[in-house]
Design a protein around this ligand. Structure first.
Ligand code: UD1
Length: 419
């Protein structure tokens, strides 16, 4: 438990190194169950969700050791195929374990996962795909049980390009008999990273990053070493932090193509952006320009995970922005909190109309989910007076030492732990 206390008004100025991507690490860690061998994963951030995944892997029988940003996972002795409810409920990404456990052991039992409360977030597409691979699935008393003596390759057409379903099905198909083709796959960079990790252990997968992924089943996997891609959402958050304070921020260790949609919008907002080999420099302006239309979409569209931070930025723009959330049904929890700080936002269904104000005012606000929490910190950086963001635990699920990194580039922010 904890909160952030921010005194707004400082312009950020400095460099931030971006850590490995949470959304790559979690499926990759789950995928380590498949090889029954050693996986060395490099650039793993220190995050709550990563710790939960380590706990789950250890529960299953894996040996996990951590040195700084490196994780060694040995799944040789994994015997357990059941993840108990108290662990599953701690994060949605626990669902990623279904594919690899089923693939390796032919059975798996998990409860419905937990995670951020940003809509119904069903797992129907995961289950439909696993059934098409030949799994017999029973959903009873809050548990999902799947069984298949041998999964068989299949043609799967996803009804929606779900990131999690694409990843789960890729992992399940690695040891299946024959070829699996996933159509209408999600194209997120984290899926390409998972493909590279799996191929590193001997899988035969092509097409990640496009609509069609093809997995030729193999019978044997080996140990693997892999460096996780940089976190494009964390990078985007720091760029927006630079923009909201009218400062100058350099984000280092980024793959700039992963941020194309975000860079385009920040340029529309009047920011000057310079692209380097593996870094991006942002120079803000004051006031920031409003952006006519922002629409979240699956990659390569504007990421839903940066919708809340971008909304925070638009609250202090010089005009009106229409922002539509198309990926999740219930992802406007930051709106009421931003209003407490003086933001002018009207919501109609999945569309928010934001009319920029000259200044936000510091207030006591609550981080109701991970990205909403980040947005409130950003708002606090520009607000007049002191902002208290309650609910540090939500933010720590996805941001490693955000207060330290912001402080290092000039923010007045401290984290206070509550006991
Ligand atoms: C992943 C990311 C999350 C990001 C999201 C969208 C991880 C660990 N998390 O979440 O940060 O916000 O992608 O970019 O990588 N859906 C269904 N049925 C399903 C699965 C999903 O209807 O079986 C719906 C969801 O309710 C949601 C939409 O599809 O409305 C997108 O979800 P999905 O792409 O699966 O997101 P996640 O994998 O949960």
């Amino acid at each position: 438990m904890g909160r952030y206390i921010i005194k707004g008004g400082n312009k950020l100025d400095g460099k931030v190194r971006i850590n490995g991507a949470k959304n790559s690490c979690l499926p990759i860690m789950a995928a380590s169950v498949l090889n029954g061998s050693l996986s060395k994963i490099i650039d793993v951030p220190h995050l709550k969700d990563v710790s939960v995944m380590i706990e789950i892997l250890q529960y299953l029988g894996a040996t996990v050791t951590r040195t700084e940003q490196m994780l060694h996972i040995d799944t040789t002795n994994v015997k357990n195929y059941e993840v108990p409810e108290y662990l599953m409920r701690r994060m949605r990404s626990s669902i990623f374990l279904m594919g690899p456990i089923l693939g390796r052991f032919g059975k798996v039992r998990v409860s419905y996962p937990g995670g951020c409360d940003i809509g119904p977030r069903p797992v129907d597409l995961h289950l439909k795909g696993l059934r098409q691979l030949g799994a017999n699935i029973v959903e009873e008393h809050g548990y999902i049980e799947a069984e298949a003596s041998q999964l068989s390759g299949a043609e799967i057409h996803l009804d929606y390009p779900s990131v999690g379903a694409t990843e789960n099905l890729m992992m399940a198909a690695v040891l299946a008999k024959g070829t699996t083709v996933i159509q209408n796959s999600a194209k997120e960079p984290e899926i390409v990273d998972l493909q590279n990790f799996l191929n590193g252990m001997g899988a035969r997968i092509r097409g990640a990053g496009t609509e069609t992924i093809r997995i030729d089943g193999v019978t044997k996997l080996t140990s693997v070493e892999h460096t996780v891609i940089p976190d494009r959402i964390v990078a985007g958050t720091f760029l927006i932090a630079g923009a909201i304070t009218g400062g100058r921020v350099v984000v280092q260790n980024v793959i700039k193509e992963h941020l194309d949609a975000v860079i385009a919008k920040l340029r529309e907002a009047g920011c000057k952006i310079i692209l380097g080999e593996d870094y991006i420099i942002l120079e803000g302006i004051n006031p920031i320009k409003s952006i006519d239309v922002i629409r979240t979409l699956p990659y390569p569209g504007f990421p839903t995970d940066l919708q809340a931070p971008m909304m925070a930025l638009m609250t202090v723009s010089n005009g009106i922005t229409v922002l539509t959330e198309t990926v999740f049904e219930n992802r406007f929890k930051h709106v009421d909190e931003l209003r407490r700080m003086g933001a002018n936002i009207k919501v109609n269904g999945n569309t928010a109309v934001i009319e920029g104000v000259k200044k936000l005012n510091g207030a006591f606000v609550e981080a109701k989910d991970l990205r909403a929490g980040a947005a409130l910190i950003l708002a606090g950086l520009t607000a007049e007076g002191t902002t208290i963001v309650e609910g540090a635990h939500s933010i720590e699920r996805g941001y490693e030492q955000i207060e330290k990194k912001l402080k290092d580039i000039g923010a007045d922010i401290v984290k206070v732990d509550k006991h």
